[in-house]
Design a protein around this ligand. Structure first.
Ligand code: DAT
Length: 171
């Protein structure tokens, strides 16, 4: 049976992990958190002092998940998306969160100072959305509000419905 590949992207804290894991729990799709995958395999090529984070070795990440992606049925979660092969994804979701909500979430995650401000600014400048729009066909890129638990439930329902329809249409 053919199953779709989904990309969930957006600024850190918008709810990608929560949404991605819940979709996987309610379907038979597999969830991959690229940040965790990189950490587990030390798929890094240095450390970015300015942004206080390791630099992802994008080629090794791609090699690591290529086989799974070609089988289909994968949910990929990452805050950046321009380095993934375009052919991987059938649909792209960009989660969006208002500043006040995002600020609180990042602060309780321990972000502060420049790192906190930079991430809030990324959300204001819709960096993740523009990256997705320039990396994938515009018609497969969808923005979803992720401010409240009600938003999360609505997004889940819509995405699961979309997955079921895709499977019907492609098998
Ligand atoms: P990300 O994976 O994008 O970094 P997350 O799934 O870890 O984000 O969520 C960050 C925190 O915010 C976590 O405590 C759950 C909460 N959260 C996520 N989406 C939410 C929503 N739509 N409404 C309320 N809280 C949300």
């Amino acid at each position: 049976m053919r199953r779709p590949n989904l990309l969930i992207t957006g600024t850190p804290g918008v709810g990608k992990t929560t949404l991605g894991k819940e979709i996987a729990a309610r379907t038979d799709l597999t969830y991959i958190n690229v940040g965790d995958l990189a950490k587990a395999g030390t798929l890094y090529e240095g450390f970015d002092e300015e942004y206080e984070c390791p630099i992802l070795d994008e080629d090794r990440v791609i090699d690591e998940i290529e086989d799974k992606m070609s089988n289909g049925g994968v949910i990929v979660d990452y805050h950046s998306c321009d380095f993934f092969p375009e052919r991987w994804f059938d649909i792209v979701f960009v989660l969006r969160t208002e500043n006040s909500f995002l600020y609180d979430r990042l602060e309780s995650r321990g972000y502060k100072g420049k790192k906190l401000q930079d991430n809030i600014q990324c959300e204001i400048f819709q960096t993740a959305y523009e990256e997705a729009m320039s990396s994938y066909k515009e018609e497969i890129v969808h923005q979803l509000s992720s401010n409240t638990p009600e938003d999360m439930e609505r997004n889940l329902d819509q995405i699961i419905q979309w997955i079921e329809q895709w499977i019907k249409d492609n098998n």
